[in-house]
Design a protein around this ligand. Sequence first.
Ligand code: SF4
Length: 360
Amino acid sequence: MKKKRKKQINCGGVPIGGDAPISIQSMTKTKTSDPKATLAQIDRLAEAGCDIARLAVPDMDAALAFEKIKAKSPLPLVADIHFDHRLAIAAIESGADKIRINPGNIGSEDKVLEVVEAAKRAGIPIRVGVNSGSLQKDILERDGGVSPAGLAESAMRNVSLLESMGFEDIVISLKSSNVRLNTEAYRLVHEQSDHPLHIGVTEAGTLARGKVKSAAGIGALLLDGIGDTMRVSLTADPVEEITFAKELLTALDMRSEGIEIISCPTCGRTRVDLEKIVAGVEEKLGPIRDEYATSGRKLKLAVMGCAVNGPGEARGADVGVACGEGKGVLFAGGEIVGSVEEAEIPDAIIGIIKEYERLT
Ligand code: SF4
């Protein structure tokens, strides 16, 4: 599928759509009515490389706290509102950079219009997020349940409603925890609309399971050129969502920063403890990895088990090692630069990265 150029909107200085890079979002898991705890989490998200943070605004205490949080936040903030249009208006007046609503659960069109008018006055975008759990009755009856076409139609109906109110600053998201359904629904909306898409697999699950679902669902869309901003949704510390989102974008060559480690699965030919070597390299990378993750630089590192594919991969990487019987041949910039005993490989690789950085 061809990358379809979307309109560009702006969320507190972060462009979404058009030719903007895919931005990474997360959502705080603290009570928004507790500004101190929420700000501490936003700071950690910012440090990890998050571009936009979303906060739940379930009551007026949270809407009022939003203003205090916004005043000190290093990131643009999205207010996530369900059911009560007054909370959406309060959050907009408290400085939200974008709001996320499902117009279908806000109530009458008059209430949606009030929210739209407030967003127009503030000059901020609205994300229309529809959920497979709250599709319109007529769609469910027609399709006999939730379907990709139904989810897409529900989103487009809500988008049309906002457009009929003269509002165009729209981002669309579709929420289903079923990867296949989610992906097909996004493909349909991608074809039908020029508004940018916020992609993700909702309620993807715990750390390990959620990463698999997200890699499959978000990865499939990104490879098709679909998606302008993304959130990995994990039942875990939100910083994990950012780390994984960055890893996913790096793996798809959509982010030119960070360290990509290529390591072989090992097999009957392996004559070193490769798992231990890779773990040692990962551990020793520490601050170097953080530097790469935040400085816009990318480094490809190959840690390979034997002479079959090892030299090729190690030569093709910026820095690499191809192991043999209890030792490893080291590569930098495509050239052999030495050979060390197995136990010394992690330290040798870190030394080469530092030297490689000095020379490049
Ligand atoms: Fe096996 Fe060598 Fe391939 Fe690693 S690189 S999986 S050790 S053949």
